[in-house]
Design a binder for this molecule. Structure first.
Ligand SMILES: Cc1ncc(C[n+]2csc(CCOP(=O)(O)OP(=O)(O)O)c2C)c(N)n1
Ligand SMILES: [Mg+2]
Length: 323
């Protein structure tokens, strides 16, 4: 059971995740973002709830909709804004224009754009940790669409037979770009795959941050104890297009309306108020903090220089021959 301070922390991360992405969209619309903006509106509870359930030494590999996980693991709004605005002060020194980044110091393995490819990588990370005798868990994500790749099969199958401490979260938002789940897999109950691979499986309401957190804890405990991988299917909905260039015209209005009423942040806020875990004054303090952190970060990014072209190849090729 989380205490009051932890519940406030979860609320802070959720709001920071959403408001940071809203600011990114505003910057995109004024032409300041270099590249696209791939958001997680409606899915924030999955990123935040799962990352919050990890221990500091655990390892996490985010996908494109997991900005919330990165924030929980210690990345700051400055990192996101400098990345998207392609500034030299960004974690990649302006070489990548969204959140394709990692930091082993924070236990974050960088994402791979090819859907599914991170799963075998994280299976390997988990296997290495097991061989080294470290009691850590490796957690990563995949969408409903990405779950139909060969890498999903190879990664999870190998993880299962090696009994490595892998937690694989399937974010089932019903769509892979404009393709509904029913048109890309004949078995849309993703949790049933756990049995097929011989691993433990959980299904959770991905718009309920406390349920996600509790489920992630169970899955993580299972993996940490050496009982092998765990699969979590988190059901949710992507409340925006695939990215900002896509208005999601293909999603029926009734589906969007249904999910709008289940917004993860509105629901959590209602729960916190009704159970008296948060007062409106406390909410205002948290939102004030979020707003000022975002404003400071945007200011920092906008006043940071663009990278110097002369350094474009730095760190790409080995600079000196090995001895
Ligand atoms: C192997 C591979 N195929 C296609 C793409 C292009 N692509 C990027 S995201 C995406 C849709 C992904 O849908 P899903 O896995 O359900 O994740 P969601 O966007 O819904 O979070 C596609 C087709 C890719 N990156 N990698
Ligand atoms: Mg999807």
């Amino acid at each position: 059971m989380l205490d009051r301070a932890q519940l406030h922390e979860l609320y802070y991360w959720l709001q920071l995740n959403r408001r940071l992405e809203e600011k990114l969209v505003a910057l995109y619309r004024t032409g300041k973002v270099v590249g696209g903006v791939y958001g997680s509106r409606g899915q924030e509870a999955i990123s935040v709830g799962t990352a919050y359930a990890l221990e500091p030494d655990d390892l996490l590999a985010p996908m494109i909709r997991n900005l919330g996980s990165l924030l929980v693991r210690g990345f700051r709004p400055e990192d996101a804004f400098t990345q998207y605005l392609a500034r030299s002060t960004s974690p990649t020194a302006g070489r990548d224009c969204n959140m394709h980044l990692g930091d082993l110091g924070r236990g974050v393995i960088a994402p791979i754009s090819m859907l599914g490819a991170l799963i075998p990588v994280m299976t390997g990370v988990a296997l290495a940790a097991k061989i080294q005798g470290r009691k850590v868990v490796a957690l990563t994500y995949i969408g409903d669409g990405g779950a139909s790749t060969g890498d999903f099969h190879e990664g999870l199958n190998f993880a299962a037979i090696q009994k490595v401490p892998l937690v694989l979260v399937i974010e089932n938002n019903g769509w892979a770009y404009s393709t509904p789940t029913s048109r890309q897999t004949a078995n849309t109950e993703f949790v049933t795959r756990a049995q097929a691979y011989g691993v433990i499986g959980f299904q959770v309401d991905g718009n309920d941050v406390l349920a996600v957190y509790e489920t992630a804890r169970q899955a993580i405990d299972h993996a940490r104890q050496g009982s092998g991988p765990a699969l979590i299917e988190a059901k949710t909905m992507r409340m925006k297009g695939h990215a900002e260039h896509d208005d999601a015209w293909y999603v029926p209005g009734s589906e969007r309306e249904k999910w709008k009423s289940m917004d993860p942040i509105d629901r959590f806020e209602k729960y916190l108020f009704e159970s008296r875990f948060m007062s409106s004054g406390e909410r205002d303090t948290i939102l004030g903090r979020v707003t000022s952190e975002i404003e400071r970060a945007v200011e920092f990014a906008e006043t940071s220089p663009f990278p110097d072209g002369g350094h474009a190849l730095d760190g790409v090729y080995r600079e000196s021959a090995p001895n």
